[in-house]
Write a protein of this length. Structure first.
Length: 222
């Protein structure tokens, strides 16, 4: 389980706490909000606003109010409610795509010792060369690799989501059903990562990295 636990200590300067830039912290929390909102819209449409349940509910409620409602009319209302939620899901998707672009651009402007790729390289080099810090370096390398996989997943999620959002305007996109399948499958992978990430942070807070959550708020103060 230790491989999923993030560490507070800087791999390049083990005696210091990791520093998180303001832009990285902003991206982290906005990304958490957007992904949570996106997943909640999926959950809402899959449960409370499920077409079958909503159609029955709409029909029953209107009939109790004295209206005569056909199944087709009830389905139309249920479909409209579902579309409203999917529209919100699409807006979250646009926000996710913007955050992906922001994260890519941010990598070019981060200070050298806070660049994500640089951290992976540093951890790998230290693992290969410096025996003293090998355990910390190996741990850092695999944690960062796991984050890299997450970045790839949200990139795939954003790209396939944009393809689905514009498939009505671009016929070529609608002809590729794999986009919807990949989008749905990636959602489950992201859910898995979220569970692993939260478990890792929880374990880290209970062990030798207490304060790692506050570091992502205050930037990593001693």
């Amino acid at each position: 389980m230790t491989v999923i636990e993030p560490k507070r200590r800087d791999i390049q300067h083990p005696q210091q706490i990791k520093k998180n830039s303001a832009s990285l912290r902003l991206w982290h929390w906005l990304n958490a909000i957007v992904i949570t909102g996106s997943l909640l819209t999926v959950l809402l449409n899959s449960t409370i606003l499920d077409m079958r349940n909503t159609t029955t509910l709409v029909k029953d409620q209107l009939q109790q109010a004295g209206a005569t409602v056909a199944d087709k009319q009830a389905r139309s209302v249920a479909h409209e409610l579902s579309d409203k939620v999917w529209a919100l899901h699409t807006y979250f998707g646009y926000a996710l795509a913007a955050l992906v672009l922001f994260r890519l651009l941010m990598e070019f402007f981060q200070v050298a010792d806070q660049k994500f790729i640089g951290k992976i390289k540093s951890a790998y080099v230290k693992y290969q060369i410096i025996k003293k810090d090998r355990e910390l370096a190996q741990h850092e390398f695999w944690v960062k690799t796991l984050y890299a996989v997450f970045y790839l997943m949200i990139l795939i999620m954003a790209v396939t989501g944009l393809c689905l959002a514009f498939e009505d305007d671009v016929p070529a996109l609608k002809a590729i059903p794999a986009f919807r399948q990949i989008h749905g499958f990636t959602m489950y992978l992201i859910l898995s990562f979220i569970v692993i990430h939260l478990a890792g942070v929880f374990l880290a807070e209970r062990k030798d990295s207490r304060g790692i959550v506050s570091d992502m708020i205050n930037g990593g103060k001693e």
